[in-house]
Design a protein around this ligand. Structure first.
Ligand code: 1GP
Length: 274
């Protein structure tokens, strides 16, 4: 039987990942940090159109258009993004950040096929993923197997999932979750503080948590929750994040700030940093 992944010179090389995941991993392995711009396609912006936003973000160099949102992902929403990409010759992948199995209907390039490992609800730990497997069986969408861990304060997602929130002052708990995720075949790990989180993921011992998980578990690590500035980006990068999600800040419609945030994501790391 072929192994799901091999480790070459300390880097993880997956043998059965799809094209989108392989490209992400290629970038992570060469030391890049990935920027995931989380978009709500149903959001009404005041000054810009969704097209302006997508075109600008892609121009600034985001790595992934992550489609999510408080009301879930619709087929129409994904189609809007696909049309914008076609009209503007954009080849940034569209990945669904699902709230539930219903979000797998649209024709995105891939889905974060996730398990919320510290939810107290079986629905988010397993049931949604099992139902979602029907879409994988149809071969319509590439899955990116990911374990999602909600840390304090957790925000709305923490409440909806009824998460047993991960404390910031005891990194061992997060490390154990990450190690379990790896042992059970997850290929990506996501530390989530919650949208609008205060403290954000880069504040109040969040960086220590990121560094601890990164030190003990060799899985690409995505982080998010309250990242709204280039300074915040630099802190989570220094702590060892391989991927950074920004959601809410996009709604400020400040494209010059977004440009600076995206540039900070792609700045070279200082020597000796992860
Ligand atoms: C939420 O981690 C993401 O799921 C992004 O959070 O909206 O605060 O950027 P923000």
């Amino acid at each position: 039987m072929e192994l799901a992944y091999t480790v070459v010179n300390g880097k993880i090389v997956y043998n059965d990942g799809g094209a989108v995941e392989k490209k992400m991993l290629y970038k992570v392995n060469r030391g890049d940090v990935l920027h995931f711009a989380l978009l709500d396609t149903e959001k009404k912006y005041s000054n810009l159109t969704l097209e302006d936003i997508v075109v600008n973000l892609c121009d600034f160099g985001i790595d992934v258009l992550l489609i999510g949102g408080s009301t879930g992902v619709t087929d129409e929403g994904i189609t809007k993004i696909t049309d914008i990409k076609e009209r503007n010759g954009i080849d940034v992948p569209t990945i669904v950040f699902p709230r539930s199995v219903g979000d797998l209907k649209g024709r995105a390039n891939a889905v974060l096929y996730m398990r919320c490992t510290n939810s107290r609800k079986m629905k988010y730990v397993k049931d949604e993923a099992i139902e979602g497997a029907a879409y994988l069986l149809n071969g319509n969408i590439e899955e990116i197997p990911l374990t999602y861990l909600i840390v304090e304060p957790g925000g709305m997602v923490g409440q909806i999932a009824d998460a047993q929130l991960i404390p910031r002052d005891n990194p061992k708990i997060a490390i154990m979750h990450a190690r379990e995720a790896k042992a059970n075949g997850s290929r990506w790990f996501y530390l989530e503080a919650g949208s609008h989180a205060s403290p954000a993921i880069h504040e109040e011992r969040g960086p220590e948590l990121i560094s601890a998980v990164k030190k003990y578990v060799n899985l690409p690590l995505i982080v998010g929750g309250g990242i709204r500035s280039p300074e915040a980006v630099r802190i989570v990068k220094k702590a060892g994040a391989n991927g950074i999600v920004t959601g809410n800040i996009i709604e400020k419609e400040d494209m010059s700030l977004m440009k600076r945030i995206i540039e900070a994501v792609h700045e070279e790391r200082a020597p000796g940093e992860n």
